[in-house]
Structures are given as structure tokens and as C-alpha cells.
Design a protein around this ligand. Structure first.
Ligand code: C2E
Ligand code: MG
Ligand code: MG
Ligand code: MG
Length: 279
């Protein structure tokens, strides 16, 4: 009996695994077509200065509505695209779309703000990132100071060439931030070596600041460390007024999250923040 159950469990496990593998390869194979069919789009989540409560930027977040599979989360397809190399194509699409959109907003006469684009490790290490970015900025006519790149700690760990690439981007006037700060395994000494402007406190820390005193202590420490190093610090995933109050009391200077707004269609950004009358 025990043996039989074991066997059934094993079969159940393998069929579930097979399903996962099948879905993964289906996703991997339909990225190229999805790009051709314009199934990908970009949403924008506002970021705020906590002192002035004004919008200071938006984060560009890719979206994919697959014809057959429906909406697929970037948390699912970005790692698959990283593996296959298609992240280079997706990344360039997001970068170009975000730069063009931001320039269009500026042309509409609004107070200019920055757009933050997520850059994955493979995109950073493999592609000629500085060239891809220069072309995207030039084609859009966007000044480099309005672009921010969100890098992860894995980029910093990855290659020794990372520092010179970052210096090159920084020299162009582009802002650099560390996304999901505190979740990687990097040594803190990179904060001294790399030309970084902003630390983004990972949303898992933000979520727990009122529940877990250790997470609260970590967030407090990250904010003070950023301030002492002369860096901006932005809290991700702020969902409640209580979390915001905690962050303000610790003198965190920027925030984004559902408490303010979810990632929005560009039209919605215009309606809410830009007061553009005609399109
Ligand atoms: P991320 O860069 O850390 O982005 C933050 C994620 O948290 C986004 O999920 C955003 O929609 C979500 N979020 C924002 N505020 C809140 C909140 O208050 N509560 C909660 N629960 N979630 C919040 P999304 O858009 O699903 O993206 C997930 C991840 O996928 C991103 O994490 C990023 O790592 C990756 N990603 C998204 N777009 C791109 C892209 O264009 N390129 C690359 N390389 N990665 C991307
Ligand atoms: Mg991000
Ligand atoms: Mg993040
Ligand atoms: Mg993340």
C-alpha cells in the first residue's frame, strides 16, 4: 500500500513537472512571435518624492498578453527570456518604448520626470548596452538624464567589466539604481566602488516593516546607510499609510507602490499626473 502510494505520488509529480516544462518551452518559443504581433506593452508605475509628494519618475514594467495563454507575468517570462537570450529583444523593446513615451510626455509640455527601465543581468553583460541605450535615446530625442537603469546585485557580482560599463553609462548622464536591494549576496563594498545614485528597498522588506521588527531594523539601516553615502533611497511596494508613515519617520526620501498607484497605461498616467488636454 505504501509502495503504491509512493508510486502514484511519483507519477503525479512527473506529470506536473511535464506540464511545467511544456508551458515553459511554449513561452520560450512564442516570445519572438509575440514581439512581432505586438503582444508586448509597457505600463508605468509612478514614483514619488516623500517631502514634496510630487511625482518624480515612473518605472517602466513590461506586460505580455499572449493570444492563447492570456496574460503572462514578467516574473514568469523574464527568467525564461534570460535563459533563451530573447531578453535582449524584449529589453530593447521596453527601452525604446519607454524613452519614446517619456519624450512624448515632455513634448506635451509637462514638467519632465525620469523613466526607470529594468535591465536584466544578461542584457547588461552580453549586449553592447551603452550602444543600445545611446541609439534608443537618440531615436527618441530624449536627454540621458531622464533615463534611469534599474540593475540588480547579480549584475555587480557577475562580471569585472560591470564597473567600467557603469562608469560609461554614468558619464553619459544616465542614472543608475540597484533594484531589490538587500536580497542579493553582494558585498557592501560595491556601494563604494560603483557609481550608483539610488537604492531601491525590496518590496519584501517594505511589506514586513510593521509585522517583523527585524525587517523594520533592516529597512531603517538601509535608509540611514543610503543617506550617509549620499544616495537616494526609494521604498518599493508601499501598500498602506502605516508603511508610508514608518518610512517618512525614518527619512526615506522616495516611494512607489499600490498605496499610490499600480503600474498604469500611459493614457492613465497622462490623465492623473500630466494634465495633458489633447493627445
Ligand atoms: P521589480 O523591478 O522589482 O518591479 C516591482 C514589481 O512589484 C512589479 O511587478 C510591480 O508591478 C510590483 N509592485 C509595485 N508596487 C507594488 C505593491 O505595492 N505591492 C505589490 N505586491 N507589488 C507591487 P511586475 O510588473 O509583475 O514585475 C515583476 C518583475 O519582473 C520586476 O520586479 C522585474 O524584476 C521584472 N520586470 C518587469 N518588467 C521588466 C522589464 O522590462 N525588463 C526586465 N529585465 N525585467 C522586468
Ligand atoms: Mg524594478
Ligand atoms: Mg524591485
Ligand atoms: Mg524584483
Amino acid at each position: 500500500r505504501v509502495k503504491e502510494e509512493g508510486k502514484n505520488n511519483f507519477q503525479f509529480f512527473t506529470s506536473e513537472m511535464n506540464e511545467l516544462i511544456a508551458r515553459k518551452s511554449k513561452i520560450a518559443m512564442s516570445i519572438r512571435k509575440g514581439l512581432e504581433l505586438n503582444e508586448f506593452s509597457v505600463h508605468y508605475q509612478p514614483q514619488f518624492d516623500l517631502e514634496t509628494e510630487k511625482i518624480i519618475g515612473v518605472e517602466a514594467l513590461v506586460r505580455w498578453h499572449h493570444a492563447k495563454l492570456g496574460t503572462i507575468s514578467p516574473a514568469e517570462f523574464i527568467p525564461i527570456a534570460e535563459e533563451s537570450g530573447m531578453i535582449l529583444r524584449i529589453g530593447e523593446f521596453v527601452l525604446r518604448t519607454a524613452c519614446q513615451q517619456t519624450k512624448d510626455w515632455q513634448d506635451a509640455g509637462v514638467e519632465p520626470f525620469r523613466v526607470a527601465v529594468n535591465i536584466s543581468a544578461r542584457q547588461f553583460s552580453q549586449g553592447n548596452i551603452a550602444e543600445v541605450i545611446t541609439l534608443a535615446l537618440d531615436d527618441a530625442g530624449l536627454a540621458p538624464e531622464f533615463l534611469e537603469l534599474e540593475l540588480t546585485e547579480s549584475i555587480i557580482q557577475g562580471a569585472t567589466s560591470a564597473i567600467s560599463k557603469m562608469q560609461q553609462l554614468k558619464a553619459m548622464g544616465i542614472h543608475l539604481s540597484i533594484d531589490d536591494f538587500g536580497t542579493g549576496y553582494s558585498s557592501l563594498s560595491y556601494l563604494k566602488l560603483f557609481p550608483i545614485d539610488t537604492l531601491k528597498i525590496d518590496q519584501h522588506f517594505t511589506r514586513n516593516i510593521l509585522i517583523d521588527s527585524k525587517d523594520a531594523a533592516l529597512v531603517d539601516t538601509i535608509i540611514q546607510m543610503a543617506r550617509n553615502l549620499g544616495l537616494n533611497v526609494i521604498a518599493e511596494g508601499v501598500e498602506t499609510l502605516e508603511q508610508l508613515t514608518f518610512l517618512k519617520a525614518r527619512r526615506c526620501n522616495q516611494a512607489q507602490g499600490y498605496y499610490f498607484q499600480k503600474p498604469l497605461l500611459p493614457e492613465k498616467i497622462e490623465e492623473l499626473y500630466l494634465k495633458v488636454k489633447t493627445r
